[in-house]
Structures are given as C-alpha cells and as structure tokens.
Design a protein around this ligand. Structure first.
Ligand SMILES: C[S@@+](CC[C@H](N)C(=O)[O-])C[C@H]1O[C@@H](n2cnc3c(N)ncnc32)[C@H](O)[C@@H]1O
Length: 513
C-alpha cells in the first residue's frame, strides 16, 4: 500500500454492504487451549515444528510478514525459529473465549467443550492491515477465519481490521504505543490522524475494559459491541473527512476573496477604521494604567530613600562598633600590663623581704626559719609574673594577627607590637628570647605596614636589628615612628602623624617600667 509507505494490503474489488462476507481463510497452523486461556506462541511453534504443516503451507508461512529484519523472506536460511516467532508476532490471531455460549458455537470440530481458547495463523487473513476505525471485522468459526464488511465499503477502498481488540477504545496515545510495540508501525488511520491533530481522544475505554493492549479478559458480546461502535466510528470518520475536504475548499475560496479584497484600497477602509478604534481603546487603557503606575513609582522612590537612610545608619553603627572594639582592645592591654607590673612589684617586694631576712633577726621580726617560706613566696611571685607575661604576650600575638587580617590600615597593631616589645624588656632584660619575640612582633607590624601602606624610604621601615641585641625603649620608639611615617605619611596629615606618634610614645611610657 503506497499510501502507508509500502507493505501489502487488501483492497475491495467491488463496493459492498455492511455484513457482506469478504473472505474465509483456512489455518496454516492452529492450536486450541482450555476455555478462558490463550495458548502460548510456543504451542503454535511446536505444532509447526512437529511437521503438522505441509510444504505448500510452509511456503505460505514464509510469505508472511515477520518484521523488517525478515523482509527478504528469510533468504536461504528457510524458516528459522526466530523467523517463525516473527511471523507469529505479526500475524497470529487468538482469543481466550470468555463468552462461553459463543465460544461453543464457534469451537472447531472435535474440540471438547473446554478446548475453545485458540491461536492460529491464516494466510489471506494476514494480508489485512490495521485501522483504529476498521471497515471489516473477523471471526474464528471452527478453525477457519471469516472476515465480513463492518460498514458499506466503496470499490477501491482498503479493507482493514482492528488488531487491538477492545484496546481500540483506549486513548490515541495508548493505541499508538501498543501498535508500535507489538507491530512496529505508527498508525496513521483517519481516526488516529484526527485525534492526534486535535490533541484529543474520541474514545476512552470504559474502566476495567481490557483487550490485546493489556487489562483483563473481555467477553465476546462486549467485544462485538466494541467492534460495531468502532465500525460506526469509521463511517462517521469517513463523513468527517469529506466535510473537512469541503471546508478546506471553502477556506481556500475565502482566502482568494480576501486577497482580492485587500488589493482594492477602498475595501481596506473598514479594516483600518477597526484598527484605529482598537488603537484608541488601547490608548485609553494605557492612560488608565498611568496613574497607578506613577503612584507605584513614587512609592518605590520613597522606599529607596528609606533603604539608603537605613544603609547610612548601618554604616555609622558599624564604624561605631569598630571604634568601640578598638577602645576595648586598648583597655584589655592596659589592664594586662597593669597586672604584669603589679606582679613584678610583688616579686620585687618579696625579694627585698627575703634579703632583709638573711640578716640576724631583731625583736618583732620573723625568725630565720621563715626565710625558706619567703623564698617560696618569691618563687611563686616570679612564676606568676612569668605566667602573666606569657599570657599577655600570647594575647598580643593573637590580637596582632586578628588586627592585621580585619583592619590592615589600623594603627592598633603598631601599638600592640610596641607593647609586646616593651613588655619583653620590662619583664626580663636579659631574656633575649622573649625580647626577640617582642622584636619579631614589631617587625611583623612594620612588614604589614610596608605591604599595605605607602612606599617607605631606605631604612625607615626596618624595625629591630638583625642581631640579637634588645633595643632600648628610645630605639624602639624611633623605629615605631619610622613605621608610622612609612605607613601613614602619604594618606595622613602631619598633625595626624604627630598624634599617632604621640600615642605610640604614650604606650611605651606606660609599659617601660
Ligand atoms: C498481518 S500483517 C499485514 C500485512 C502486511 N502489510 C504485509 O505486507 O504482509 C501486519 C503488518 O502489517 C503492517 N501494518 C499493518 N497495519 C498497518 C498500518 N495501519 N500502517 C502501517 N503498517 C501496517 C505492519 O508491519 C504489521 O506488522
């Protein structure tokens, strides 16, 4: 059939009425099964393999369509098992006969009352193609296949049956999917085309109805009704197609008339007037929208101003928080320094006490036996001083890291560095290790200043010498001043630099005990 892209089919050689017998086909292979059950394809294969089939029928079997891969009829290979399964898949027809009375009436001769389910292959019947709106219907009578016209058929029309059984009532997508899966073709019958075109299904299966597309068994009477309905649908569809053709013709005429009318300018006047009226209406609608739009604009402007004010307030609050944090840090180091100084004084007092107790005791003075206790106290005080210093130095180091990370332009880490250096000197002028740590902190501050700040002149940024000598307070102060100048000289006024230097000097004077 060229109109469906190849393949064979059956065409009416003369017009016929609904109910006319089209063909009766004897089986090439046929197996019966128990009432209510459909025989398996294996049973049919077995009956063919057991030489039940004559040579002539074998040739007819080979003539049947078996899928695209067997288009050459199997070639020299003859009838392989694979080919046979392909033939059965494409052409076999079977029913389980759940309608008991009708089943008995159709049962093949010799079949017992329970042997009424069947599966078979019929040659001329296998030439019929499928349509979801078929004009022919088939019945198994005995083991023969009879095909009748299910609607009036004009000469030259293709005769089609329904491959789907009751599943032909399913929506178009399901029918298409079922046919594609079982027979590997996309159905383009008038019903499918119409339903696909309009995106709707003209028939929806009643709930619980089955068919070869899946679901439970369907009785024969039910299936007959289904086929009748489908056949009626086919007739209606034919009428629809004719109407569609008429409509298309009319549409073309209208189009031609419109084109002719468009060519004449006078005829365009009503269309232009209508367009103008629509434009006026659009304008009025736009004007109506203008006032609320203006109001919205004003509202959003007010909101924006509010947001700006909020952002300013937030920035101020942030700046205040930074100032507060800075003050808190100064406070902390002042307290720690005071504690270290107190501990040092305590140690000095205990030491003085101990040395005075080494001279002979006078009346009212503590006995010589108490001297070890005083020594212990001195040792404890020294340990306390040491511990406090270590803690303070550790805290200074951590603060330095934090300040350098979050506020690289702050002068706080300079202060912290000078503090660390002074502490190292004050705590133990001979402990070069600790002093070196203080010097290192000062150098770190200077290096941060060099990276972040303005360019420094030669020698101005170097804080601390390369040797292990601990610089005195005045040297440290001079080096701090160099750092400050190097870092802030460009961006700060002279007065501001002076204030910073004074601040650093003040810090040193507080701790250089
Ligand atoms: C029982 S055979 C029908 C006869 C077949 N056209 C032939 O040439 O032998 C079934 C096969 O025919 C083709 N067929 C049947 N109905 C069709 C349809 N409506 N559109 C396209 N192909 C169809 C499919 O390839 C299907 O597997």
């Amino acid at each position: 059939m060229p109109e469906r892209g190849g393949g064979r089919g059956v065409v009416a050689t003369e017009s016929m009425a609904a109910g006319d017998l089209i063909l009766v086909s004897r089986p090439l292979a046929y197996v019966a099964s128990e009432f209510g059950s459909l025989p398996e394809a294996e049973a049919l294969v077995e009956s063919i393999n057991c030489n039940d089939v004559s040579q002539a029928d074998r040739a007819l079997l080979l003539d049947l369509h078996a899928g695209d891969e067997f288009e050459d009829g199997g070639g020299d290979m003859g009838l392989t098992q694979e080919h046979l399964y392909g033939i059965i898949g494409c052409n076999s027809f079977g029913e389980e006969f759940t309608d008991f009375a009708a089943s008995l009436a159709r049962a093949p001769q010799g079949a017992g009352p329970h042997q009424v389910g069947h599966l078979g292959l019929w040659h001329s019947f296998s030439m019929l193609n499928h349509s979801c709106a078929p004009n022919a219907v088939n019945y198994v009578l005995g083991d023969s296949m009879a095909v009748f016209a299910a609607a009036p058929v004009q000469q030259g029309r293709e005769l089609c049956i329904n491959y789907l059984g009751a599943a032909s009532l399913r929506p178009v997508e399901e029918r298409q999917a079922g046919l594609a899966e079982a027979y590997a073709f996309a159905c383009a019958c008038p019903r499918c085309s119409l339903e696909l075109l309009h995106g709707c299904s003209m028939a929806v299966a009643p709930s619980g109805s089955g068919g070869s597309g899946g679901g439970g068994p369907v009785s024969v009477s039910e299936e007959l009704q289904v086929r009748l309905r489908v056949a009626e649908g086919g007739v209606l569809l034919g009428r629809c197609a004719e109407l569609a053709a008429e409509l298309q013709e009319q549409q073309q005429q209208h189009q031609q008339q419109c084109q002719a009318a468009a060519a004449s300018p006078l005829d365009q006047l009503p269309a232009l007037t209508a367009l103008a009226a629509r434009a006026a209406a659009d304008l009025a609608a736009a004007e109506r929208l203008l006032t609320p739009a203006q109001e919205l604009l004003q509202q959003s402007q007010a909101l924006m101003q509010q947001a700006q004010a909020q952002a300013q307030a937030q920035a101020q609050a942030q700046a205040q928080a930074v100032q507060w944090l800075r003050a808190a840090a100064y406070e902390l180091y002042a307290v720690r320094t005071a504690a270290v100084e107190a501990a040092a004084r305590c140690a000095e007092a205990v030491e003085a006490d101990t040395s005075s107790s080494s001279s002979p005791p006078t009346a009212g003075e503590p006995a010589a036996s108490e001297a070890p206790a005083a020594q212990q106290a001195a040792a404890a005080a020294a340990a306390l001083t040491e511990g406090l210093w270590c803690e303070t130095a550790g805290a200074l180091e951590r603060q330095l890291g934090v300040v350098a990370a979050v506020a690289p332009h702050s002068d706080l880490h300079l202060f912290l560095a000078t503090k660390a250096l002074a502490l190292a000197q004050a705590a133990d002028g001979r402990a070069s290790g600790r002093a070196a740590a203080g010097r290192g902190a000062l150098q770190g501050a200077a290096a941060a200043g060099q990276q972040q700040g303005a360019q420094q002149g030669p020698g101005s940024g170097g804080v601390g010498g390369a040797g292990g000598e601990v610089p005195d307070s005045a040297t440290a102060l001079a080096r701090c001043c160099a750092v400050v100048r190097g870092r802030y000289g460009r961006r700060l006024s002279d007065a501001a630099v002076q204030r910073l230097l004074e601040g650093a000097a003040w810090g040193l004077s507080q701790v250089a005990v």
